[in-house]
Ligand binder design. Structure first.
Ligand code: BMP
Length: 226
């Protein structure tokens, strides 16, 4: 079973139809899609509806605004997307619970949308800032019990550490790991470290043969998950 979450981030002048065509070509090899600001600022709500129309039967349809604001503003940001067919949304863990994530989670729960929290990021700058607060961010996850967390494939030791810490508290969350391919991590490496999904964008989306790449990665995943 594939554990690929396809990050559909358009580059420069790409037409939405090209992205939709690519999605259709790789659909059999992916577990879900993730759309975020680059997609939404180009194609708007209409574009979101068109892409979800092609992906509605996938298990994970993720809206990635990496929300990081006071609760009413996060809720107002996500509200127009509640009925378009998304079932997961990403927010930053570092904003904290009271006045932030607590209220956001209650709102998402009410609307049957699962919350995913960013605990650490895949770029090197995360080591200088976010990762210093890793223990605190893990505590946020322990208290809020989101459906999932984002932990980078570029630093598999963090995936392992976070998974062990949460398991020791009997907290089961899905771990989504970006950083495969274009950012340097090998396909399968995050799953091996304890992740549930690998978020992959450019390596598949910008390839001339997206289905071949997706199929090869899905085969790697199949050997790793039972
Ligand atoms: P790519 O495979 O093209 O590098 O894309 C990675 C995707 O994962 C992008 O959508 C990006 O927003 C997301 N992501 C990331 O790269 N690092 C993080 O720490 C968190 C992310 O959500």
């Amino acid at each position: 079973m594939s554990r690929i979450i396809l990050a559909i981030d358009p580059h420069k002048n790409v037409e939405i139809n090209e992205l939709i065509t690519k999605l259709v070509r790789v659909k059999n090899y992916i577990a879900g899609i993730k759309i975020g600001l680059p997609f939404i600022v180009r194609y708007g709500l209409t574009g979101v509806r068109s892409i979800i129309k092609e992906a509605y039967d996938l298990e994970h349809i993720i809206l990635d605004f990496k929300l990081a604001d006071i609760a009413p503003i996060m809720i107002s940001t996500i509200e127009p997307f509640i009925d378009v067919g998304i079932n997961e949304a990403i927010a930053h863990a570092f904003i904290g619970l009271n006045g932030g994530l607590q209220e956001l989670k209650e709102y998402l729960d009410k609307n049957n949308i699962r919350l995913i929290l960013v605990i650490s990021m895949s770029h090197p700058g995360s080591i200088d800032v976010i990762d210093h607060s890793l223990n605190m961010l893990i505590k946020i996850a322990e208290r809020l019990k989101p459906y999932g967390i984002v932990v980078p494939a570029t630093r598999p030791y963090i995936i392992k550490m976070v998974r062990e810490k949460l398991l020791s508290k009997k907290i089961v969350v899905k771990i989504y790991s970006p950083g495969i391919g274009a950012q340097g991590a090998e396909p399968g490496s995050a799953l091996r470290a304890g992740a549930d999904y690998e978020i992959i964008g450019r390596t598949i989306l910008f390839s001339q043969k997206p289905e071949e790449i997706a199929m090869r990665i899905a085969e790697i995943h199949e050997k790793l998950v039972h």
